[in-house]
Ligand binder design. Sequence first.
Ligand code: CAA
Length: 297
Amino acid sequence: MTETPAASSLGRIQHVTVLGAGTMGSQIAMVSALAGFSTTCVDIAAEPLERARQELWRRVDRDVEKGRRTAEDVAAAKERLSFSTDRDAVVAHTDLVIEAAVENLEVKREIFASMDQVAPEHTILTTNSSNIVSSKVADATGRPEKVCNMHFFNPALVMQAVEVVPNGQTSAQTVATVKALAEAFGKTVVELKREIPGFVANRMVAALRKEALDLLDAGVADVESIDAAAKAALNHPMGPFELMDLVGIDVAYLIRQAEYEQTGDEASLPHPLLKAKYESGDYGRKTGKGWYTYSED
Ligand code: CAA
């Protein structure tokens, strides 16, 4: 890969693997490639990878058109980013993994256990999960000191923050490397001292979202008015309902469900209105309908 100052300060981190070609995984992979790292985005099937590639190419080409990036930088990033369905072969030659697969603990434990078998000894294994804390997957590996959460925000190409969250066994060296990588990606690091489901930013979002859903449920105001209050009174870029549609109703629901599974506290359960929306299959922008209806473009 091309040596960038940021990359050289990271020592051994030259190749980054991102597991999952969904909204988060694909954009994280492009963030890494744009920052100068040789990057592979891995998924279980070719179809989501091709969809992700097309969407990423469209986004970065638009950045060139709008003068936000140079054509040379974008061409180089496309060169550095590859796509694969062969997880073991990619992980066998990688320096750091960012897992952005489905929010399901059993699936993640299986992924971490099998990556641990094939990854080089120095390889750091991180998860982008905001609710499944890394201690839940670290003990599926023989390298808990090299496991932590590295949590990006949606859309990852735009949002500046990355939360770096150690579990009880994560080494100081791992934290330092993951922080340096996030900085090399051009992100602002939010470092947590210890694990808590949801971390810092999403816990604040969850509190706002719960209040918004309670207000809707109580018939105090409709979706549009509640979003208008967040934007016009609080200067938020989006209202809580618009944000659920952006992140995905399914993701918002599964995050609550995963938190409930970890805490056993009924206060963690998805709000009944969120549950009903999830069960209706209207997941937000990705399905064309959520709290709002979206046209093709
Ligand atoms: N992917 C990549 N880039 C995007 C994007 C997307 N989905 N949506 C917008 N952008 C970029 C584009 O460059 C766009 O410019 P063009 O349309 O000219 O290409 C630029 O942002 C501006 O977009 P818009 O004019 O459409 O709208 P905007 O100015 O409102 O910006 C936004 C969009 C950046 C998403 C902004 O509304 C925002 O910051 N919203 C809040 C997002 C937020 O809170 N995210 C955190 C969610 S919580 C989370 O992620 C946690 C989790 O664990 C899931």
